[in-house]
Design a protein around this ligand. Structure first.
Ligand code: M6R
Length: 608
């Protein structure tokens, strides 16, 4: 949600802010704005719509002078996308300008207090309240005003703040929303994410909860809420800069789909040493594992779909019962959790508000927690007992692909690792599954080779209005992800059903020409799936099957087929997802959709 960037140094701030915002636009893109101090006052320009509208308005930044500024790209929560609701928000006196990512939960209460005190508001946002409150609390000491304001607000935030009386500094502070400080030479930065500053510096501070950074051109000081200085150690970012660029691909999503063999290889290979799975970061002992009576998996969106696959995988390998829940439900349902429950939290960004809250709830109830996270140093990674990073590299497209695949890879590693620790897998099976796991990157690459065929099939179907995905067992789990991929980027209505469940109601929606995508990858369920395919065909459906090369009988019923290579059944989702991602991508492309920035969505959902 929302991207924040800030610059203080010797150069003109506005072009640097726009450049940074362009790298953060995936976080929100309904409006954008910048505030620059020009030596006399804080100048603010904001625009509804994509960043380009703002950039054109200020001629790439040339219209604004000043060496310090903050910028924002918005995903609306309070108040519709509009010029006036766009950030930065400025206090009535013009003294403070602020950009915000998060939600101020008690803003109505604070707003009515401020209204009584005579403040006037221009926007519908929660953020403007903070700008006004800062001004109200300001008595000449900036840090004190910030701390006093933070103590009054409830909710989640990353803020970038500038004050006319202190034209040499930006204040950056965060709680439950990410914010980093970029450390340059004679210049410093704040940003919601690393790509925004990567062309300027690779040294960063990761701000922790309620740390307040005072950022000046020649130095950065970080304080806690008691105004004590905190010693921070910079992290060095060693990404190749191309990791955050499109590198000739039309969209980030296309690039990220093609990066999957490498991402999965990078995630698996450092963890298999001398034929054994080594998970250094897992501190759970054999005894602790034996005391686990249940595994609870909590996540949102595609990460939840990984959780649905993981249920089958963990139950098969470890024989421990597994429950899966979407984080927004889990956190409010009084879950039955104690120290015998292992809670596994999955999140690409590591900042998803509901997943973070679920993790905290699980910890409060005494559970042991492990997170599977892609962003190093993110809140979920920091707060879980153990963390297993996916090494997918930065994922920019809103629709996840390589993060999903690397999450699945970690699930296999962890399930086999736990099974071996608990002594419930034979050595021969252990070796077999490790070699299957090691074959994954090459088989993903082989599956990607079918991209021309997938494109040709997409050309047949891109004008469909409704699509149904069906599958059994892990193919059902895959159907959920295939369906989400299609609908989120192409806006085609699609639903995923357990194949045996369709006839309990939904089959009434099947009519002549309805596209049904039938996942039938598992040998032992193939015949059952063929029956389900016949059922929908009998009602007029056109069927696109997804199966392995050894199940070519599917062609007796399915008009179109995506074939994937053979692999052990639990790992089939890692291959079956590939044509489904490419199919969704091509359909969206043929429809002319904005693939990397689908309407109404944002990459990292840091609000409830
Ligand atoms: O960062 P997270 O993995 O926690 O994000 C969870 C979901 O918001 C995310 O998977 C979302 O569903 C994607 N748009 C799916 O492509």
């Amino acid at each position: 949600m929302c991207g924040i960037v800030g610059y203080v140094g010797q150069d003109q701030a506005a072009p640097i802010l726009l450049e940074g915002l362009a790298k953060l636009e995936y976080r929100g893109y309904d409006s954008a704005g910048v505030a620059v101090y020009d030596g006399t006052s804080i100048q603010v320009v904001k625009s509804k719509g994509r960043l380009k509208v703002l950039s054109d308005k200020i001629h790439g930044g040339a219209d604004m002078t000043g060496n310090i500024g903050i910028g924002h790209t918005r995903w609306a929560t309070h108040g519709k996308p509009s010029d006036v609701n766009a950030h930065p928000h400025v206090s009535e006196s013009g003294k403070f300008a602020i950009v915000h990512n998060g939600v101020i939960e008690n803003y109505l209460e604070l707003k009515s207090d401020l209204l009584e005190k005579g403040c006037h508001f221009v926007s519908e946002t929660d953020t403007e309240v903070v700008a006004q409150l800062l001004d109200y609390n300001y008595k000449g000491n900036l840090l004190e005003a910030v701390i006093k304001t933070l103590k009054k607000i409830r909710g989640s935030y990353a803020f970038g703040i500038i004050c006319k009386d202190w034209p040499d500094r930006i204040i950056g502070v965060r709680k439950e929303s990410p914010l980093i400080v970029g450390l340059g030479k004679g210049e410093n930065f704040i940003a919601s994410d690393i790509p925004a500053i990567l062309s300027h510096t690779r040294e960063i501070y990761r701000l922790q909860e309620n740390e307040i950074a005072v950022i000046q051109a020649d130095g950065v000081t970080v304080y806690n809420m008691d105004q004590e200085v905190i010693e921070k150690t910079p992290d060095h970012i060693n990404w190749d800069i191309s990791a955050a660029e499109k590198c000739g691909y039309e969209h980030f999503m296309a690039k990220e789909i093609m990066e999957q063999p490498k991402a999965v290889h990078d995630t698996i290979s450092p963890r298999i040493k001398n034929g054994r799975i080594v998970l250094d970061n897992i501190t759970l002992t054999k005894e602790q594992l034996e005391n686990i009576s249940r595994i609870m998996i909590v996540a949102c969106g595609s990460a939840y779909h990984v959780g649905v696959v993981a249920k089958y995988v963990f139950e098969r390998f470890t024989h421990i019962p597994v429950e899966v829940d979407v984080a927004s439900e889990f956190r409010y349902r009084d879950p039955i959790i104690d120290e015998h429950v292992l809670v596994l939290v999955i999140s690409q960004s590591g900042e998803t508000a509901d997943t973070l809250a679920a993790l905290r709830e699980a910890k409060r109830l005494g559970a042991r927690t492990i997170s599977i996270v892609n962003v190093v140093g993110s809140s979920i990674a920091n707060e879980s007992d153990d963390v297993l990073y996916t090494w997918a590299g930065p994922e920019i497209a809103v629709a996840t692909t390589k993060a999903y695949s690397t999450q699945l890879a970690v699930i296999y590693l962890l399930a086999i690792y736990i099974a071996e620790k608990m002594g419930v897998i034979s050595e021969a099976d252990y070796q077999y599954y490790i070699s299957e796991l090691q074959s994954l990157p090459d088989k993903i690459a082989e599956t990607l080779d079918s991209k021309a065929h997938v494109r040709a099939v997409a050309e047949q179907f891109y004008q469909k209005k409704d699509v149904f995905f069906i599958g059994r067992n892990i193919d059902y789990a895959m159907s959920l992800e295939g369906s989400l991929k299609l609908k989120e980027i192409s806006y085609i209505h699609s639903e995923a059903y357990a194949a045996g469940e369709l006839k309990h109601g939904t089959i009434s929606l099947i009519e002549n020409g309805t596209l049904v995508i039938a996942l039938a990858t598992q040998k032992r369920l193939f015949e059952k799936m063929m029956s389900n395919i016949k059922e929908v065909k009998a009602r007029g459906a056109t069927v696109l099957g997804v199966t392995t090369y050894s199940n070519q009988q599917i062609e007796k019923e399915a008009e179109y087929v995506f074939y994937i290579p053979e692999i052990c059944d639990m790992m089939l989702p890692s291959l079956a997802v590939i044509p489904l991602q490419m199919f969704a991508y091509n359909i969206a492309n043929l429809k002319g959709c904005d693939i990397d920035k689908p309407r109404n969505l944002a990459k990292s959902v840091t609000v409830e």
